[in-house]
Design a protein around this ligand. Structure first.
Ligand code: F0G
Length: 420
């Protein structure tokens, strides 16, 4: 199965373990999945994908959460807290405002550590145990570090996280700290941190659990399975479009892979696949640049800035997997400014859905694409919100109203609120 949406399932090669193997998306090199630690292709350094001889249909799924989708994963169970089975909120006012036929919000902030990263870690830490590695590590804008710390703790493993100094929201550092990760603050941005962690991994010092690790994306595929199943249960059809924030483009790649596997299994037609629509902050938008220019490669941005610190990323490492996903599903990518992100965060909160700034980028992106006429009024859309409001309390305070001081008496309160 290549990166083509309609590629058929492949026969298991000799290196496969129970129908599972790793394959390079650049040169097709195939590797045994659990014999050695590797993150990229031995031959050409290309990105690896986990491949299955028997991709699943919807009938193969049972249970709840990420492990409902075990038939599409390399193991039956993992190091679990548990994760997945997140709400698909209705948001009637936002829907009216955006002017689309249907709009649902898949709120990944409702995972155990408050972001979608838990879906990847439940699988990734399970694989780490299979490989028998020692120290787990990641570079992070915050959420990956919180998830790694929690799942590492759950699995009884040592964790090391590299964070860009001063650019990680308070809730995330607090989580990594309390779950007992060793936290290194690097005087550089996320992309610099990832360069270092990759070096450490290549030297055998750590097991890397960023989304370069193909097993993490297996867990994140389950976002796609859940959206498709829930949407179909409610409306009898699949959504036309999924709009999601993009940093390293791991989710974009993972959703595309989920769709490819369902198509290969005959569970979905290629023309039923939702259009993957990526949103970046204007100050960190290399994927948008590549899509707008029709480029095959993404140019690394050395200077990046946005209030949505989770997606303050200039070198989306999964771009070679994600660009074909956006293009083949008829999707697109769009950049939104920080003001539009904050406005969307506020509007989501007014529907009771509390998200961190990066998450609100999806809604801001949808609005912009509707205004431009790229998204049609008759579309059924799901926006992915990737992290919980409490991840970034400072941003929430700034976006929300200020507390009002009042004297310590009922009369003073009544007077203050203007009651008769
Ligand atoms: N939204 C949130 C809240 C994130 O934390 C991230 C990535 C993304 C979106 C982007 O997802 O990389 O799959 O395109 N956060 C990483 C981290 C980089 O370290 O927590 P992507």
């Amino acid at each position: 199965m290549s990166l083509s949406l309609d590629a058929p399932a492949q026969d298991a090669p000799a290196v496969a373990d129970d129908g599972v193997w790793l394959e390079c998306i650049a040169c097709g090199g195939q590797f045994a999945p659990f014999d050695d630690v590797r993150f990229t292709c031995d031959d050409c350094d290309g990105l690896l994908e986990v491949r299955y001889a028997h991709p699943p249909t919807f009938d193969d799924f049972e249970g709840e959460g990420v492990w409902r989708y075990a038939a599409a994963l390399p193991f039956e169970e993992g190091v679990s807290l548990p994760e997945g089975h997140t709400p698909l909120h209705e948001v009637p006012r936002l829907k009216e405002d955006a002017g689309v036929d249907r709009l649902r919000i898949k709120h990944e902030g409702m995972n155990p550590t408050g972001s979608f990263k838990d879906r990847g870690m439940t699988v990734g830490v399970r694989v780490a145990k299979e490989l028998g590695v020692g120290r787990l590590a990641c570079a992070s804008t915050g959420n990956t570090s919180a998830a790694l710390a929690a799942y590492g703790a759950r699995g009884g493993m040592e964790t090391l996280v590299l964070l860009p100094a001063g650019k990680v929201a308070a809730g995330k550092v607090a989580q990594a700290s309390l779950h007992d990760a060793r936290i290194l603050e690097v005087d550089g941005n996320f992309d610099d941190c990832l360069d270092i962690v990759q070096d450490l991994a290549n030297r055998g010092e750590v097991y890397l659990l960023n989304s370069l690790n193909p097993f993490r994306l297996e867990g994140q595929k389950t976002i796609g399975f859940e959206i498709l199943e829930e949407f179909r249960d409610d409306y009898g059809t699949f959504p036309d479009r999924i709009v999601l924030p993009v940093g390293n483009a791991g989710n974009t790649s993972a959703l595309f892979k989920a769709f490819r596997e369902l198509v290969a299994a005959g569970a979905m037609d290629p023309d039923e696949v939702p259009a993957l629509t990526g949103v970046q902050a204007a100050g960190a938008a290399p994927m948008v640049e590549a899509i707008e220019n029709g480029a095959d490669e993404v140019r690394r941005w050395d200077e990046v800035e946005t209030r949505a610190t989770a997606i303050r990323i200039g070198n989306p490492v999964n771009a070679p997997k994600a660009l074909p996903g956006i293009r083949q599903t008829g999707g697109t990518a769009v950049a939104v400014d920080d003001e539009a992100i904050t406005e969307a965060q506020r509007d989501l909160a007014r529907e009771g859905v509390g998200v961190e700034p990066a998450s609100a980028a999806s809604v801001a992106g949808l609005r912009k694409l509707r205004e431009r006429g790229v998204v049609d009024a008759d579309e059924d859309v799901v926006c992915l919100t990737t992290g919980h409001l409490l991840k970034d309390p400072d941003a929430a305070y700034e976006a929300g109203g200020d507390p009002e001081p009042v004297a310590n008496s009922t009369d003073a309160v009544l007077e203050h609120i203007g009651a008769e």
